[in-house]
Design a protein around this ligand. Structure first.
Ligand code: NAD
Length: 413
């Protein structure tokens, strides 16, 4: 099942549970605006390549659109649509006044020089200028993009405007209007969600075993925070494969290893190799998928042995796998809840930019914790009350709030 099919399936289930009619269902499933742009890139050797870029604004009813930008070779319009739709429900669920959006360019950023990456990012942003802005649509980092990407996007937009507009993107470096705490916010939120799940099960983090798929922006810091909280992180991986140590991995050294230029965690001294497929099936307490969509599917779901799956990635579990996991008593803390810390602190960053008044890291982290715990409690209460999965409960809250906003605003004309 593709990400877009999964997103549609999940929406249909929430619509059914909420008792919304077909017209409403259509309104909620149809992206408001979609744009495909050509991104001509002059390579360093002088030849020109034309890449394909996308931006989808799935819904704008609760506020400006908000969502990440992905640079990945497999990115296409359907994937961007799915990710944009999940952003709509996520923003509503965690209680930030945004609609959902997503964007991307079909490219492998690792194959571009730094100068090529900068030219491509700036050209992509300049193509989006009619669509984005602090009151319209606010991009942020996702797979294959980072703080530097956001800095180039902000600069490009500002040069076109004739004045500095920090609030046009979030996830920027702190030196140019970024927020303290944004870099670790998604991972911190994953950790808070995991702790809520443990607490409800009468467990504490001490010596809980953890496996993390994807050792990027989200996965590496999730592994670090869980390690710091007393968990034993036994396996982590990236696109090239993984490393395993039943006694616990040195998460900080692994991250330093990558920062100092190593291309992968694979082969880190003192660890055993493990494939991405094997990592997902490890007998651990907590599994954190933090890479791409669709990695837990019909074929491997019955072999998953983790007690809790806390979704750092968007859409890592397909609906047929969800069914199997539920039957096997595995608690899935769904993406739109577990990874919503990123958009929560992006919201804080945007508010700080608009007010030109900046908060301390403690203030950011404290507010994030309150928002995440509140959202978790709402989801878990509804799941218990309606006897549905955490995913369906989370979707019902997100979809229900967007439907309510549509109803209150009315249909124009
Ligand atoms: P990233 O590019 O920083 O890291 C991605 C990681 O996944 C890398 O370690 C990469 O090697 C690995 N990876 C890529 N393909 C893989 C594969 N086929 N198998 C195994 N590993 C693979 O991206 P990120 O920002 O950390 O995003 C990871 C996930 O979290 C995505 O699903 C993204 O949408 C989601 N997410 C990110 C944020 C954020 O703030 N960055 C917020 C919410 C959700």
């Amino acid at each position: 099942m593709s990400a877009w099919e999964s997103a549609q399936f999940q929406l249909a289930e929430a619509v059914r549970q909420l008792g919304l009619d077909d017209g409403f269902h259509d309104l909620l499933r149809t992206p408001r605006r979609e744009i495909t742009v050509a991104v001509p890139l002059r390579r360093d050797d002088g030849h020109v390549e034309v890449l394909r870029g996308y931006r989808v604004q799935h819904n704008l009813t609760r506020g400006p659109a908000k969502g990440g930008v992905r640079f990945h070779p497999a990115t296409d319009l359907d994937e961007v649509r799915a990710l944009a739709m999940w952003m709509t429900w996520k923003c509503a669920l965690v209680g930030v006044p945004y609609g959902g959006a997503k964007g991307g360019v079909a490219v492998d950023p690792k194959k571009l020089s730094r100068n090529e990456l900068e030219r491509m990012t700036r050209r992509y942003m300049s193509e989006l200028i009619p669509m984005v802005g602090p009151e319209k649509d606010i991009p942020a980092p996702d797979v294959g993009t980072d703080e530097q990407t956001m800095a180039w996007m902000m600069d490009t937009y500002s040069i076109h405007s004739g004045y500095t507009t920090t609030g046009v993107v979030t996830g920027k470096p702190v030196s140019i209007g970024g927020s303290e705490g944004r870099g670790g916010a998604t991972s911190r939120g994953v950790m808070y969600s995991a702790f809520c799940a443990l607490r409800d099960a009468g467990l504490t983090p001490a010596d809980m075993t953890v496996a993390v798929q994807g050792f990027g922006k989200v996965g590496a810091l999730t592994a670090q925070y869980l390690h710091d909280a007393g968990c034993r992180v036994v396996a982590v991986s990236d696109v090239q494969g993984g490393v395993y140590d039943p006694g616990g991995l040195p998460t900080a050294s692994l991250a330093r290893h990558l920062r100092s230029g190593a291309p992968t965690v694979v082969g880190y001294p003192g660890t055993d190799p493990i494939s991405n497929a094997e990592l997902l099936e490890l007998d651990v307490d907590i599994l954190v998928p933090a890479a791409l969509e669709g990695v837990i599917h019909q074929e491997n779901a019955s072999r998953i042995r983790a007690r809790f799956i806390v979704e750092g990635a968007n859409g890592p579990t397909t609906p047929d796998a969800d069914q199997i996991l539920q039957e096997n008593g595995i608690l899935v803390v769904p993406d739109i809840l577990a990874n919503s810390g990123g958009v929560a602190v992006s919201y804080f960053e945007w508010v700080q930019d608009l007010q030109a008044y900046f908060w301390s890291e403690d203030e950011v982290n404290d507010r994030l914790k309150i928002m995440m715990e509140r959202a978790y409690a709402q989801v878990s209460n509804l799941a218990a009350e309606r006897k549905v999965s955490m995913r369906t409960a989370a979707q019902m809250i997100g979809v229900g709030r967007v439907a309510e906003a549509h109803r209150t605003r009315g249909l124009y004309p």
